[in-house]
Design a protein around this ligand. Structure first.
Ligand SMILES: *[C@@H]1O[C@H](CO)[C@@H](O)[C@H](O)[C@H]1NC(C)=O
Length: 525
């Protein structure tokens, strides 16, 4: 999986518990009901997550077929019609890596726009407008074969990446805002499930008995237009986020109408009060800009950790598997590589669900360490088994198990945990800026892996996984020594954990600590 949802996490459990306690102390009880409006709104939003996942997984299975189409296009453009030169392998590698990886550049650019769009148009209309990117991207990719232009496909991947970057932010924001507090965590995970299911659907559609053929692959890439149209048709029926209407726009009556629809109750005063509380708390803490986040030494250590964890998520090499697994399996001499790729998708989905339960119960640090160690072990298994493949053909089974384990351990630790840790290392004020930086780093490292994987494979064959193993080992050591446990801790406790680290003893940190204590005092009212 590439990018996990984040906004819906809403910060440490501490804050959520505090919110509930506070409501109770005000004599308010909360009976969330799952209404038709809520279901419709959540399902409509999740169509976006499905598309995001679909476009991550879709270029995996048909790689060889589309490459041959590039080859044909290349030869068709030559002036010497009698003896056209076939495409150079290195040019083909470049074109294909670019087609895969430019998706992340689109996501990187657009992830900066999420906040602005969501404030300007509102959550609902922003999603509606964003669908036009999916339509443009899908059309470009779908027509690229007909127009004999791989440039169109590459451009289409960029546009659909931009769609995905915006969508990822908006979906989690919208679901987080329309869900009743007690259901927020559960409904928020639907975004994540939507993404992994999207990857799986794409891998199944990519089968050569479905759409993964020489004639039908343009359709495979263009299918993404259908959920976009469906979402565009359903969105006008969905309520706008009451939090947006009330907190951002200050339109109390409109917010009330949406709340009534979402809760199915006439009396929405308790929800309204909750939003007032939220607004009050937001006003308590100044919003920190990205520049301030970089400048203030108080944030240096948490920011460093947040960035390192994002890099570890992508440089673990998991997207090498999601983008290129079919070609890896072909190299291993497996007869039906696409089916094994679907196996990867299934393992991924199952372990994503499993990790949702684990995260509630286990510490972040423990899970991250477990995941990194497991991935490192699997990468070593893959290196060894792929090296021995020539002498012992049955080693291909071992490496398949290695890849399954690699993906499973990813979903347990380095997949979800980095986003949790960012949410928990930063309080309300600096959190949006921290997420923007984390997202930027995540998409950039995603691009690096997507772009360079094939070259590294050409250079060092199976030892590419040894490189990942070394990187993973490095991040394991980093996590072991530098990353504090954040689960169930207040910001003050996290800050004092940093303080105990002597390299952190600076005047500014003490200042930071006071700021956090202030917050903490507030929470014990
Ligand atoms: C391109 O197609 C030609 C003719 O079909 C073939 O000989 C050549 O190997 C192909 N090139 C690559 C890099 O696949």
């Amino acid at each position: 999986m590439v990018v996990h949802s984040f906004q819906q996490l809403g910060g440490p459990e501490e804050i959520r518990k505090y919110e509930q306690k506070r409501l109770k102390s005000l004599g308010l009880t909360y009976h969330p009901r799952v209404t038709g409006s809520l279901v419709l709104a959540v399902c409509t939003a999740v169509l976006g997550s499905l598309q995001f996942g679909y476009n991550i997984g879709v270029i995996n299975a048909p790689q060889k077929i589309i490459e041959q189409s590039y080859n044909k296009t290349w030869m068709g453009r030559q002036t010497d019609v009698e003896h056209p030169q076939p495409i150079d392998q290195s040019v083909l590698t470049t074109l294909w890596s670019l087609s895969v990886a430019i998706f992340s550049i689109g996501g990187m650019v657009s992830s900066f726009l999420v906040g602005t769009l969501a404030e300007w148009l509102g959550r609902k209309r922003a999603m509606l407008v964003n669908n036009s990117l999916a339509l443009i991207g899908g059309t470009l990719m779908g027509l690229s074969k007909y127009c004999q232009s791989y440039e169109m496909l590459i451009l289409g991947r960029f546009v659909i990446g931009a769609y995905s970057g915006i969508c990822s932010g908006l979906v989690s924001m919208y679901i987080g805002e329309i869900s009743p507090t007690s259901l927020r965590g559960m409904l928020g995970t639907l975004h994540q499930l939507g993404i992994v299911s999207g990857i799986l659907i794409a891998q199944i559609f990519g089968l050569d008995v479905i759409l993964g053929t020489d004639e039908l692959w343009p359709l495979l890439l263009a299918v993404t237009v259908l959920p976009a149209l469906l979402q565009a048709a359903l969105l006008p029926l969905c309520p706008e986020s009451p939090r947006f209407l009330y907190i951002v726009r200050n339109e109390e009556s409109k917010a009330k109408i949406c709340l009534r629809r979402l809760t199915g109750q006439q009396d929405v005063s308790s929800s309204l009060l909750e939003m007032k509380e939220e607004k009050r708390r937001m006003n308590l803490e100044r919003k920190v800009t990205i520049a301030q986040l970089f400048r203030s030494p108080a944030y240096r250590q948490p920011l460093f950790i947040a960035v390192m964890l994002q890099i570890s998520q992508q440089l673990s090499g998991v997207n090498a598997v999601f983008y290129y697994s079919t070609s890896i399996f072909i190299g291993m001499g497996i007869k039906h590589p696409v089916y094994v790729t679907i196996g990867v998708g299934i393992v991924n989905t199952v372990f994503t669900v499993l990790s949702l339960f684990l995260i509630e119960r286990m510490g972040r640090r423990a899970l991250q360490l477990l995941g990194l160690a497991g991935m490192c072990g699997c990468a070593i298994v893959m290196t060894v088994s792929l090296t021995l493949l020539d002498k012992l053909p049955w080693m291909s089974y071992i490496s398949t198990v290695g890849i399954f384990g690699f993906v499973a351990f990813f979903e347990v630790g380095p997949g979800p945990i980095p986003w949790f840790i960012v949410a928990e290392l930063f309080s309300q004020g600096p959190r949006p800026a921290a997420f923007t930086i984390a997202g930027f780093i995540n998409w950039s490292s995603n691009f690096i892996v997507g772009m360079s994987f094939q070259y590294i494979v050409e250079l060092c064959g199976p030892f590419v996984f040894l490189i990942f193993a070394l990187i993973l080992l490095g991040f394991f050591i980093f996590t072991y020594f530098k990353v504090p446990e954040t689960r169930g801790k207040t910001f003050d406790q996290i800050a004092s954990a940093f303080r105990r680290n002597p390299s952190l003893l600076s005047h500014e940190l003490k200042q930071h600590g006071t700021e956090l204590e202030y917050l903490d005092n507030d929470s014990t009212v």
